[in-house]
Design a protein around this ligand. Sequence first.
Ligand SMILES: Nc1ncnc2c1ncn2[C@@H]1O[C@H](COP(=O)(O)OP(=O)(O)OP(=O)(O)O)[C@@H](O)[C@H]1O
Ligand SMILES: [Mg+2]
Length: 377
Amino acid sequence: MAENLTAAANAEVNQSYLEIAGVSKRFGDFRAVDDVSLVIPQREIFALLGSSGSGKSTLLRMLAGMETPTEGRIILDGQDISALPTYRRPVNMMFQSYALFPHMTVEQNVAFGLKQDKVPKDEIAERVGKLLDLVQMRKLAGRKPHQLSGGQQQRTALARSLAKRPKLLLLDEPLGALDKKLRMETQLELVNVIQSVGVTCIMVTHDQEEAMTMANRVAVMSEGKLVQVGDPHDVYEYPNSRFTAQFIGMTNIFDCILAEDAADHAVLKSEDLARPIYVDRGIGGMGTAHGKLWYSVRPERVALTRERPSGEYNWFEGTVDDVAYLGTHSVYHIKLNTGRKVMAHVLSTQWGQDKPAAYGEAVYLTWSNHAGVVLHA
Ligand SMILES: Nc1ncnc2c1ncn2[C@@H]1O[C@H](COP(=O)(O)OP(=O)(O)OP(=O)(O)O)[C@@H](O)[C@H]1O
Ligand SMILES: [Mg+2]
């Protein structure tokens, strides 16, 4: 592993290490994966997000060689691997249920693939030792899987996946079996190990926070297609559709029509809102073709006050319909006089010595004219 580490650190990053070119998978008439193209640089951690049945595992399985694409090509480090059988691919897939061999110790589990490949004994011992250090399992090397915690099992499985030095590591719901707190700790450990080894990694998760914590880039999948690809911040702040906006994080979406569109501002009207929405930039006449567009504003960008705000364009009156106290902040559901409910996240510290706004109280919602995103789909 040591020379691998140095090599990884010194090598120039290949910007198109993995190329997925027009890949589809049909089961009968059904397209589980529909014309996916994606280029992944070396050493990237890439996360696939999407609802159940959107094709994430199928795409991963094609990369691993467990399914054959109906169309398209997969090129890894200059080699077309589309037709290679699983065992000949320099790819390793780690599953949700880690499938450690129950009768083998941690050390034997990690060494298994190397033994099968008839790697010399000394070399196995050295490589396994380094991996166990890396995932902090050296002290527990003699234990069997049932004597380990969920997090320890997960780390052992990761070490086993890395033993054969794959060019591509695939993780399908790697932390699915862990509870929330352990999951968050393990996410960062996993990233540290993956980065120190320098392996390129594609992971599938349905937990958007996990994807955003771990990945350099995320893709949102729906009905077999990639609907948006970008770094976590961009995908969260600039969703390209209602689907992405709602899939990643919470948001308030309003059906709108365009009332005014100038170079430096736009005005939208919605039946859900008693007043118009002001936007700090023009939207170039888009949306006028079918007359309809949507406006998305995240709850953390919606401010809640008892006094009517001054100096803001976007303010709306309502009453508190529901409050969920979450410690650092509360999630408020405010019912506007149109009947529409709007979510606002309010930091607990906002209230200072005052009593937090409670059920039934009259309040105002405000957001700035650059807080939201105009969506065309
Ligand atoms: N071997 C198969 N034969 C027929 N249909 C299949 C097969 N494998 C998967 N599918 C279908 O393809 C679609 C995508 O499945 P896939 O397992 O890729 O979804 P996923 O995004 O991983 O979902 P989840 O989040 O539930 O794991 C689903 O509708 C599934 O039923
Ligand atoms: Mg799946």
